[in-house]
Ligand binder design. Structure first.
Ligand code: MLT
Length: 265
């Protein structure tokens, strides 16, 4: 499905009925990374997955991308779908967007699942790395970004033993346009520090992290869990950054337990 949102076509999938659960994907992937979650949860919940601006089947205009704009797109899509409140699941960049979303629209949030993400802003070196990666995207295209990103996204064990998953991740990355990849990198580079927000998050929160995540390591998740008042932390053994793809059953169980508590509350 596509909707005209804030001047662009935004692609999304809306399946099932019940408590709405909105999934925001990682950089530089798309909404199909949530396939296993959609399959497991759509019998009990209304599962909404979104291709963020610049990704997958959504438009990728050459423009000044910001996480604020991404949060505004999500809110406008939910208005379009008549969804006043939802539980939100964001992995990595999806989590960064959720901090912005919560800052602006906390009244829309029934619960937060922050997976393989971090509250800190980029360091100066991290920011420089973003600009270098944007240059690679510009000069060499999305395939070169896939080469750089895959070792950061998946564990060495997964890369060795699961070529189908590696190819699936590669296809998602290669399916993006350079404008979207570079736009996201700039947006992430300028995101603010969200540590001061953490103690103000009053909804139920679940933090999830792959034990082997090197992109947003478990220490970052511990920090969030220590400062968000109602947060619980779950570590997924053997998984790296894309923990939902590497250990989908365990990821789904954690999400399912959290959602059933949110449904009761
Ligand atoms: C992601 O998975 O969204 C990215 O690794 C986030 C980042 O580069 O900070």
């Amino acid at each position: 499905m596509k909707a005209q949102i804030n001047g662009i076509a935004l692609a999304y999938t809306d399946k099932g009925a019940g408590l709405p659960v909105v999934f925001l994907h990682a950089f530089p992937l798309n909404r199909t990374m949530w396939g296993a979650q959609e399959e497991a949860l759509a019998s009990g919940y209304r599962v909404i997955t979104i291709d963020l601006r610049g990704h997958g089947e959504s438009d990728a205009p050459l423009w000044h991308y910001t996480l604020e704009q991404a949060a505004d797109d999500v809110r406008a899509l939910l208005d379009h779908l008549s969804v006043p409140h939802a539980v939100f699941v964001g992995l990595s960049m999806g989590g960064y967007i959720l901090f912005t979303f919560y800052r602006k629209f906390a009244d829309r949030v029934k619960g937060l699942i922050l997976a393989d993400t971090r509250a800190q802003a980029d360091t100066p070196e991290g920011r420089l790395g973003r600009f270098q990666m944007a240059q690679v995207a510009y000069t060499q295209g999305p395939a070169a970004i896939a080469d750089l990103m895959i070792p950061k996204l998946l564990s060495p064990g997964t890369i060795q033993s699961n070529p189908t998953l590696v190819q699936n991740v590669r296809s998602m990355i290669e399916g993006n346009q350079i404008s979207g990849i570079a736009g996201d990198l700039m947006a992430m580079a300028e995101r603010p520090d969200s540590i001061p927000l953490l103690h103000l998050i009053t909804c139920p929160a679940q933090i999830i992290v792959g034990e082997l995540d090197v992109a947003t390591p478990p220490a970052d998740s511990k920090l969030m869990a220590g400062q968000i008042p109602r947060a619980q932390l779950a570590t997924i053994p053997g998984a790296a950054h894309l923990s939902n793809l590497e250990r989908p059953e365990l990821f789904n169980r954690i999400v399912g337990d959290f959602l059933s508590n949110c449904s009761k509350g």
